[in-house]
Design a protein around this ligand. Structure first.
Ligand code: XIL
Length: 312
């Protein structure tokens, strides 16, 4: 295969990228997206602050633009994300009663997931609800509603879009560790109690040279529960400017991630968190680091690009 998407398709999988609507007018950005990728995740456009900036007022313009564009090209769309502690408008964090917040959360999910009903393959219903030690993150949802907010979110999402696969998504869950144990136990508990859940997303914001040795084993144990597993936000960062040695190590890392997904039948998609290093979130969040994606600042294919093709 000569593109990422075709290589993944050879193994029955999707290769996606996070996309920013504001960049789609740039021809190299759009061309690279359409040539290489068979899946799309809106990078920010479906988050709560974008879709319901004030209570009961919904805005879908930029997310719709991404979805409609992707659908006209046959690219699969992943919804991201319905319930998250970050990029949350102030009015949500300002709700002081649990019953009111639950009502607001259900209304948000029913509107947003309802708007996209039938158009999305996967939804990241709840994002980043656990701490690295496996306890619940102390978000406004956790504080006001309590443990039940996650299952409430999944139930509301199922009611709004019965055809979408509903996922829990998190970072630092890529290895077998306390955090992925907590997610694993939650999935088992949901299945035992009939709470809808279809998939788990592993963000996989990795550091060069540090693909966890238990990566494949971890994907496999979740697949063993009968859920799809998705690599949802893959990038592999390094100090910038990138050294050629680190770019080679990064290529090997990307190959390992792809091979782990290929080895796990229920690993149905890999999504990288951006197309080009030029617009990656990494340098803004991890100062001094970057070069985390498959195309460099000028859209040239990096060693990691070829390693991904080889990994499939
Ligand atoms: C990031 C976006 O890439 C940035 O543009 C934005 O400023 C902050 O959020 N985990 C997630 C993603 O689930 O939504 C985050 O995306 C990156 C970390």
């Amino acid at each position: 295969a000569t593109t990422l998407g075709a290589a993944a398709a050879g193994k029955g999988k999707t290769f996606g990228a996070a996309v920013a609507n504001g960049r789609l007018g740039e021809s190299q950005y759009a061309t690279t997206l359409d040539t290489e990728f068979t899946g799309v995740t809106p990078e920010n456009e479906m988050k709560w602050d974008a879709t319901e900036p004030s209570r009961g007022s919904f805005s879908y313009g930029s997310a719709d633009a991404i979805v409609n564009r992707a659908q006209s090209r046959g690219q699969k769309v992943r919804g991201h994300t319905l319930v998250w502690h970050s990029q949350l408008p102030g009015w949500v964090s300002g709700i002081s009663s649990g019953s009111d917040l639950l009502q607001a959360m259900r209304n948000h999910i029913s509107n947003v997931a309802g708007h996209y009903q039938g158009k999305l393959v996967y939804w990241d219903v709840v994002n980043e609800a656990f701490e690295d030690n496996g306890t619940r993150r102390n978000s406004v949802f956790q504080q006001r509603i309590g443990n039940s907010y996650i299952e409430e979110a999944f139930r509301a999402a199922r009611a709004a879009d019965p055809g979408a696969k509903l996922c829990y998504n998190d970072y630092n869950t890529d290895a077998v560790n306390a955090k992925s144990d907590a997610v694993y136990n939650m999935v088992r508990d949901f299945q035992a109690r009939g709470v809808p859940i279809d998939c788990v997303g592993f963000q996989s914001h990795l550091i060069v040279g540090q693909v966890p040795s238990s990566y494949q084993q971890n994907l496999q144990r979740f697949a063993g529960l009968g859920v799809d597993v998705n690599i949802t936000e893959l990038d592999i960062r390094m100090p910038t400017p990138a050294s050629s040695g680190n770019l080679q190590t990064q290529a090997n890392d990307y190959r390992k991630v792809v091979q782990a997904c290929v080895a796990v039948a229920r690993c149905t998609s890999i999504t990288v968190w951006g197309i080009t290093d030029r617009y990656s979130w990494v340098p803004d969040t991890f100062p001094g680091q970057g070069a985390a994606l498959l195309f460099d600042n000028n859209y040239a294919k990096k060693p990691a690009y070829n390693a991904v093709l080889e990994g499939f």
